[in-house]
Design a protein around this ligand. Structure first.
Ligand code: TUI
Length: 314
């Protein structure tokens, strides 16, 4: 049995978070992950407060275990959702794509555990000072909006910068990635791409199929010019976007070009105009199975790997 401080802090069985994937991580997926012993997280993404409230309600109807909400700080609804998580007494809030400083006090006063994604050492130090319960160190192998550094490089530096438990994210989809994260000093992992293949994940079947068929070089990064690099599958949309980005399309037109593309991938499975966010580890995701089975399989793989690690020491 692998246990770490984060299990005690959050009252979860396994130190496994499900990534807060916009439009994807809904109440049903989050509940399945929490019921499987991990921490299920509802993604607010760019959705309005009503959507998030509804998803919390769905999750609560399916599980009694703790759940989290991920607030994407670039969202125009971030302020609303920051208030809703307090009203709904969500156990955990994770944040992404920005600095959540202005909200932290209110969340802590409401008894919410705050676990921000940090993409730099400076942000890790600030979040530690402001009272975060743990930090997520998310490397650029992740799908979606990414920072500069890789998981391998970021995790040990964040561990050195804080006394809080660190959750490694980016490029982790099996027991090997879990064990490697712990070797780097992490006390938990956050997994996104692998949960796209969960039975309870209701993305369009075309999206799921693309993940199951993905190979090593299937992802690419777009959006660097606008300062929001995003990793997705190499599809017609991603190629066209990259061409427009480096072909001199004005910023406002480029933003418009991407509007609605995530939704088109998730809901319609639109292979031409959809933006299929995925991490580099998609290549090793090759079967659909219930979320609880995914978590159990990862833990069962990690345990003997971590035990064997001591055999290297002579
Ligand atoms: O947030 C994510 N991944 C995402 S968000 C998303 S939706 C989106 N919509 C429009 C534009 C961009 C994305 C899809 N995927 N991951 C967490 C994450 N947070 N990665 C990097 C960061 C981050 C970056 C900068 C966290 C903090 C930060 O601080 C900057 C500052 O303000 O100092």
């Amino acid at each position: 049995m692998i246990k770490s401080a984060i299990c005690e802090i959050l009252g979860i069985k396994y130190p496994v978070f499900q990534g807060g994937m916009a439009w994807i991580a809904d109440g049903k997926l989050a509940a399945a992950v929490s019921n499987g012993g991990g921490l299920g997280i509802i993604a607010a993404g760019n959705a309005p407060g009503e959507y998030v409230k509804e998803q919390i309600k769905i999750a609560r109807s399916l599980t009694e275990k703790p759940i989290g909400v991920n607030i994407m700080l670039l969202s125009p609804y971030a302020d609303d959702i920051a208030r809703i998580v307090v009203e709904e007494k969500v156990e955990v809030v994770t944040t992404g794509a920005g600095n959540p400083s202005q909200y932290i006090k209110e969340w802590i006063n409401a008894g919410i555990k705050v676990i921000p994604v940090v993409a730099s050492v400076a942000m890790a130090k600030l979040m530690t000072k402001l009272g975060a319960s743990a930090l997520i160190a998310e490397g650029g192998e992740s799908g979606g909006h990414i920072g500069e550094l890789t998981t391998m490089v970021l995790v040990p530096q964040i561990c050195d910068a804080t006394n809080l438990p660190v959750i490694a994210a980016g490029g982790i989809a099996d027991g090997r990635g879990f064990a490697a994260s712990f070797m780097l000093g992490a006390q938990g992992v956050q997994i996104g791409t692998r949960f796209l293949s969960a039975t309870e994940c209701t993305i369009h079947p075309t999206y799921k199929e693309k993940i199951l068929k993905a190979t090593d070089l299937c992802t690419m990064v777009t959006g660097k010019r606008l300062g929001h690099p995003v990793r997705s599958l190499r599809t017609p949309f991603a190629r066209d976007y990259l061409k427009a980005e480096y072909g001199g399309m004005p910023d406002d037109e480029l933003e418009k070009f991407a509007t609605g593309a995530l939704r088109l991938a998730v809901k319609e499975g639109d292979t031409e105009k959809g933006c299929f966010l995925a991490g580099q580890i998609a290549a090793i995701v090759n079967k659909e199975q219930p979320a609880a089975e995914i978590i159990k399989e990862i833990m069962d793989q990690a345990e003997p790997i971590l035990k064997r690690a001591s055999e290297w020491v002579k």
